[in-house]
Design a protein around this ligand. Sequence first.
Ligand SMILES: Nc1ncnc2c1ncn2[C@@H]1O[C@H](COP(=O)(O)OP(=O)(O)OP(=O)(O)O)[C@@H](O)[C@H]1O
Length: 303
Amino acid sequence: MTDKFISIEGIARRYPGADGAATTVFDDLWLSMGRGEFGCVIGHSGCGKTTVLNILAGLDEPSEGAVIVDGQAIEGTSLDRAVIFQSHALLPWRTVLGNVTYAVTSKWRKWDRAKVKAHAQKFIDLVGLTGSEHKRPSELSGGMKQRVGIARALSITPKIMLMDEPFSALDALTRGTLQDEVRRICLETGQTAFMITHDVDEAIYLADKIFLMTNGPGAVLAEIVENPLPKDRGRIDLHRHPYYYALRNHIVDFLVSRSKTFAADVTNHDPRNVPVVRPGLGEPTIVSAPNLVETSSAQTIAR
Ligand SMILES: Nc1ncnc2c1ncn2[C@@H]1O[C@H](COP(=O)(O)OP(=O)(O)OP(=O)(O)O)[C@@H](O)[C@H]1O
């Protein structure tokens, strides 16, 4: 049984067009995630990924539908949901420690200075910035700034971490290191995370579930891909796993062709029962009903 810690229920986002008619960015989107799961959303530019993330953050509202987190409908922003942006959005006049303590104080207003500082330090250490506490953002590299953003987000112990292409502006080496850090932290702390990425390998490394969106306008959630790779996967030898290429090819094939032709090709798409697939050695395992996964007995999984 899936624990619906996050439940996105039939949301749509429409904007008024120049001619007065509404443009639908995406429509009737349903998805759920369990506590501690890592979800990545993948889709072409303009399909509404950031809009979905902003709705989850409470920074935007759906035109229809609702989002329920931990049993409660989202209404506006909350310290239960921390956002990490591509641009780090740090306070330039504050030090590393100052940026993190600012967030800690906003959540725990009654804590004394020593407690706030000790709590902030714990997260600065966790992201590997020990020794840089007193530097200002202008003295930090892009990767270090992004670490501060991660420390700041984690320091308020959010129920959900929302990440909008957090590593896309970084060089490959720093990106890899930070992917490792985020994965380690999420596994160690049981953090629930929802992330947007254009990087298929990043999604394969980090995500338990990969949400595939068709092209906008009028985008839909086409498929949920369950990651068949073991939890203890490593970034460096990801490609050695026997399921890796089947998984990667499945996602790339979606992005290259099926995301464009989906509306014409799939006439019986049920947005409330989106296929869940588990690419493996052979054909992807397809789940068409919420309770059962089927194909070869070796790959049958209960949900
Ligand atoms: N305030 C707005 N008014 C009108 N249209 C908007 C507004 N905000 C976003 N849009 C449109 O909504 C669509 C989805 O935008 P969004 O940023 O969510 O896409 P995305 O999938 O995250 O794209 P990218 O991968 O390029 O970041 C775009 O076509 C955008 O032009």
